[in-house]
Design a protein around this ligand. Structure first.
Ligand code: ATP
Length: 263
């Protein structure tokens, strides 16, 4: 499959404002694909459309060849889509391991009676879930902290925990919403390694991020939004030298002055 996620003419209007305007996007499997753009460009709205938290005014979304335009969030998750949020959403009073377990779809189908009786099959399913959660904690480098209360982790580790939860059910695609926000340089460097590991483990990564050096060092492909529209897409090197992108970030006056200085 050459396209994992495809958006066609995706649009979301709010009264008097087009937050996402006819966006086409194709995310190839096995890639790290970034969405960038100035504040208010429509990045979060686009993520919410993809994960099903916001319904499109127009356009189509397909994932793994299925149309998911009208599918509820849980169906997208069941098909293999995970996501994290801009603001950390973890259960501080639960342990690190328990937080990851909340991201695992229940796979035991024995019914409530079997759950109450604690049948061996249920215990096996629980052991499998814990083993999977520990594997994911290994991947993000938090296995040693699995019994610690989530609230006791430093900020960067809390963000990694959120990523672990999003990866628990082995998604084909994970959406990371500003994963480097609030991180110090060491945490950001460790995060870049982790995102590469996620791609290496077979999960495609779509991320929204403001930290430009993080995006440019890491991404295979970058899509640039401005005022809800896709204004450019290319490799990081192509994005860096594209005048429309420079203008979107700096405004036409500064961009023109920079162009003069560069000549
Ligand atoms: P930032 O980088 O600041 O997070 P963004 O690129 O994620 O911005 P969005 O949050 O998607 O941008 O917002 C795009 C535009 O849509 C903004 O003008 C915003 O005010 C508007 N918008 C987003 N959600 C709503 C809503 N629920 N109701 C009305 N307007 C909205």
């Amino acid at each position: 499959m050459s396209v994992l996620l495809e958006l066609a003419g995706l649009t979301r209007r709010y009264a008097g404002l087009v937050a996402v305007d006819s966006v086409d996007l194709a995310v190839a499997p096995g890639t790290i694909h970034a969405i960038i753009g100035p504040n208010g460009a429509g990045k979060t709205t686009l993520f919410n459309l993809i994960s099903g938290l916001v319904t499109p005014s127009e356009g189509q979304i397909s994932f793994l060849g299925h149309s998911i335009t009208a599918a509820p969030t849980f169906r997208r998750a069941a098909l293999g889509m995970g996501r994290t949020f801009q603001n950390i959403r973890i259960f501080g009073g639960m342990t690190v391991l328990e937080n990851v377990l909340t991201g695992l779809a229940p796979s035991f189908k024995g019914g409530i009676g079997a759950v109450v009786a604690g049948l061996p099959a249920l215990r096996r399913a629980e052991r499998a879930a814990i083993a999977r959660a520990l594997d994911v904690l290994d991947l993000v480098g938090l296995r040693a902290q699995s019994d610690a209360p989530a609230a006791s982790l430093p900020y960067g580790d809390q963000r990694r925990l959120e990523i672990a939860r999003a990866l628990a059910s082995s998604p084909r695609l994970v959406l990371l919403d500003e994963p480097a926000a609030g991180m110090n340089p060491a945490e950001t460097a460790a995060l870049a390694l982790l995102v590469r590991k996620i791609r290496g483990s077979g999960t495609t990564v779509l991320l929204v991020e403001h930290d430009m050096s993080f995006v440019m060092d890491l991404s295979d492909r970058v899509t640039v939004l401005n005022f809800g529209r896709r204004i450019f897409e290319g490799s990081p090197a192509e994005v860096r030298r594209e005048p429309r992108v420079i203008e979107a970030y700096l405004g036409p006056k500064v961009a023109a002055r920079l162009a003069v200085v560069a000549q």
